[in-house]
Design a protein around this ligand. Structure first.
Ligand SMILES: Nc1ncnc2c1ncn2[C@@H]1O[C@H](COP(=O)(O)OP(=O)(O)O)[C@@H](O)[C@H]1O
Ligand SMILES: [Mg+2]
Length: 306
């Protein structure tokens, strides 16, 4: 009874940009189901004052945030370094006084395809050969070695901005020059021949809850659901579980959607997403990952006694 009463009083902020998003709604419903109060928050609508005796972060109605914990669904697209930094710095400040899940550092590590790959490599996880360079000559030599390569934005998502290049294509130098002019730096990765799908494994805490294949639409090598990929139930193997759990740990996340790809010699880790959507796995397997994420966050509030 006492426990129930404590939980009723808990206020859990949910950082989101689209209130209609499946995952955002599922977070809110599950927080509500657990007897806590969900507080939807858009980081763009928050202000920070350093003028008073204490720091304060307040919303559009000038109300100070009085939260017990924060769950991050998504921080939204930002068009400048200053706006994205401000959002993450708000999260970092909030992290001083409450559990924030995922931690801002984990979200940043995961979103960064260069640094996350460094962390994966450090953790001895299998990753496709990858080169990051601002030098055209290095880029050309790399693609000659890889023969078939993908070029990705370092901070990309949803399969956007990914191009496939072949060492044999006559306009290779021109294409690389254009990409280099546009991006300033190139992220080149060996193309992994695969069965036309990738695998998205969901990890919460130290457990893999399930997985889906994302089957690419014909003619596309990108299997993201937002690019038309179709979610199909995938039986988790020990190898998938282990890779996904270690990739999640490597970026420091409490929960993640880990992308794996089936190469000819085995699985490779492609990325760990620190703000994954739970919709695909819910559709394909009936698993609600947000339920376990909310449970883990509430356990964390109890443990830390913030
Ligand atoms: N090295 C690769 N070899 C083959 N396919 C790839 C490779 N990298 C990415 N892909 C395909 O592109 C998709 C998106 O790549 P990913 O690295 O996960 O970036 P994003 O953050 O945009 O999802 C993957 O799900 C996969 O289908
Ligand atoms: Mg991906």
């Amino acid at each position: 009874m006492q426990n129930q009463k404590n939980k009723k009083a808990l206020k859990i902020g949910v950082v989101l940009t689209d209130p209609e998003d499946w995952t955002a709604r599922a977070f809110i419903n599950n927080i509500d189901k657990r007897g806590a109060t969900p507080v939807p928050l858009n980081l763009s609508a928050l202000s920070a004052s350093l003028s008073t005796a204490d720091f304060s972060i307040f919303d559009i109605d000038s109300k100070d945030l009085e939260l017990d914990a924060l769950l991050v669904r998504d921080v939204g697209i930002s068009f400048s370094l200053e706006t994205i930094s401000f959002k993450f710095d708000l999260l970092r400040q909030l992290e001083h006084s409450m559990p924030v899940m995922n931690r801002p550092t984990a979200i940043q590590n995961a979103a960064n395809k260069f640094f996350s790959f460094y962390l994966f490599k450090h953790a001895h996880l299998p990753i496709p050969r990858t080169m990051i360079t601002a030098e055209l000559e290095v880029a050309l030599k790399t693609i000659e070695t890889f023969e078939s390569a993908v070029v990705k934005p370092i901070f990309g998502s949803q399969g956007k901005g990914i191009t496939k290049l072949e060492s044999s294509q006559p306009d290779l130098k021109l294409k690389l020059t254009e990409l280099l002019t546009e991006r300033g730096v190139l992220y080149l990765q060996e193309f992994v021949p695969n069965p036309g799908r990738d695998i998205r494994v969901f990890v919460v805490g130290e457990e893999a809850l399930g997985a889906i294949y994302r089957v690419s639409i014909s003619g596309s090598f990108v299997s993201n659901l937002s690019q038309g990929g179709r979610p199909v139930r995938c039986e988790l193997t020990d190898e998938m579980e282990e890779l996904a759990i270690w990739a999640t740990k490597a970026v420091g996340a409490d929960f993640a959607g880990v992308d794996l790809i089936e190469g000819e010699e085995g699985l490779f880790v492609l990325e760990a997403n620190g703000t994954p959507s739970g919709k695909g796995i819910n559709q394909a397997c009936g698993i609600d990952v947000t339920e376990r994420i909310v449970e883990l966050l509430l356990e964390r509030v109890g443990e830390t006694g913030f």
